[in-house]
Write a protein that binds this ligand. Structure first.
Ligand code: FAD
Length: 398
């Protein structure tokens, strides 16, 4: 089944980087991570500092849904705090927001230690509405943030500094960041390469419990004996007991050719409140990346005809949103990919009903930040430490 289609910009513009071998003999390790997308890469980076880890991917690292992420790295979740109160307490929402901010700092720390090979930069974020009905939601979210000491500035039609119309919007000066997700994944993997066994082009086709651990069998027939297995396989649920873990969504993206003089307030990340929503940012090489128009799916993920319609709609909407740039907007890349959505907007991270078998699946349009704090949660779980947020991420939660 295909979960990614089109020409994912982030891979297309990146030089072909180091490839890793496939498995050709039986192996042993303490922890086997299956799936080398951005989730598996982040988890591997942190776990391999302490444990004997093997990371394996059936394809090439970072080339599945990871390569499609638009990468607006933000601390807030997909829904407003007010709507999340049905699933979390106010204190929990505040803690999750704080974990989001801390995760951006952790990425910054990683970049400072390892070099900026993935076009990372911190930028503000701006969430806005252009409807009168949406304005009260924005104002309430602003009040929630101010009440809990998050930096938040409310703009209205009169004070709007952006080149598109708004009724209201929340500006977070230090609430966001961006990078190339493919390069970040490769950098995380490469940075841990001295302490991990890394294999590409090797699929795990079967997992069997064998008393004190597991035997994971590859498509080549080689076997990996391990004590713990973590499935970071994104949308490939074939190895999972439960197949209906979350709502699945396809999100569509266009990237324009370079546009001269493109800028707005500090290159803020932009997100609207429409249903389906849209997100927009300026890429470091002066292109616009614009996406959204999400559609749900159950069995067949990508419908080519629908994808073409969505790309056309995104192109039209982008021109209408930014009339000053409309004559220069020419689309060069179009792609779409799948991600999962849960009620509380948080990933499925933790132990399953089978002891020592774990899921590490980020969720939501903010999945990358989910994976950053999920990696810290997973370390606690592996070490048997209490973590006050484990229940919010548990794959066994209802
Ligand atoms: C269009 C779009 C826009 C997005 N925008 C954002 C955004 O702005 N901000 C944000 O934070 N998030 C965003 N996301 C979400 C983000 O992309 C995901 O959270 C993230 O990519 C999930 O990474 P992953 O590693 O779980 O999945 P994947 O990248 O799909 O990786 C899973 C890997 O597992 C491997 N695999 C599967 N089965 C097996 C097996 N049996 N054996 C071996 N390997 C296996 C696959 O080959 C694959 O490489 C967006 C997603 C999409 C689709």
């Amino acid at each position: 089944m295909e979960y990614v289609k089109g020409t994912p910009y982030f891979c297309q513009v990146s030089e072909k980087i180091k490839q890793y071998p496939y498995i050709n003999k039986d192996l042993k390790c303490d922890i086997l991570i299956v799936g080398g997308g951005i989730d598996g890469a982040i988890l591997n980076y942190y776990l391999s500092k302490k444990y004997d880890v093997t990371l394996i991917d059936k394809s090439r690292f970072g080339r599945s849904c990871t390569s499609c992420a638009t990468v607006l790295l933000e601390y807030q979740l997909d829904d407003y705090a007010e709507d999340l109160l049905a699933f979390m307490s106010e204190e929990e929402i505040v803690s999750v927001y704080q974990m989001g901010l801390d995760s951006i700092e952790k990425i910054d720390e990683f970049i400072k230690q390892n070099g900026n090979l993935c076009h990372f930069r911190k930028v503000p974020s701006f969430m806005y509405t252009n409807s009168i009905f949406g304005a009260s939601g924005i104002e309430k979210e602003h009040q929630f943030r101010v009440k809990h000491n998050f930096k938040s500035k409310l703009f209205t039609n009169e004070t709007n500094p952006f080149p598109f119309e708004i009724k209201a919007g929340i500006y977070n000066e230090d609430g966001g960041a961006e990078f190339n997700p493919y390069l970040f994944t490769k950098q995380m993997i490469e940075s841990a390469s001295n302490q991990t066994a890394l294999f590409e082009n090797t699929e795990i086709v079967k997992i069997v419990e064998n008393g004190d651990g597991f035997i994971a069998q590859t498509n080549f027939g080689d076997k990996i004996a391990c004590n713990k297995i973590i499935l970071a396989t994104g949308f490939n649920f074939s190895l999972m007991e439960e197949k209906d873990l979350c709502e699945r969504v396809i999100s569509y993206t266009i990237v324009t050719k370079q546009i001269k003089g493109l800028n707005w307030k500090h290159n803020a990340l932009i997100q609207d409140d429409q249903d389906p929503y849209h997100y927009l940012r300026i890429l470091p090489d002066n292109r616009l990346i614009f996406g959204g128009e999400d559609t749900k799916f159950k069995l067949k993920p990508i419908n080519d005809k629908l994808a073409r319609k969505k790309y056309d709609k995104l192109t039209k909407d982008l021109k209408a949103l930014l009339p000053d740039y409309a004559h220069e907007i020419e689309v060069e890349y179009k792609f779409c990919g799948a991600f999962g959505s849960t009620e509380n907007n948080l990933g499925l991270i933790g132990e399953t009903e089978t002891p020592n078998l774990y899921y590490f699946l980020s969720a939501g349009a903010n999945g990358i930040i989910n994976a950053m704090y999920g990696a810290r949660l997973m370390q606690d779980i592996i070490e048997g430490k209490e973590n006050p947020f484990a229940h919010l991420f548990s794959p066994l939660r209802k």
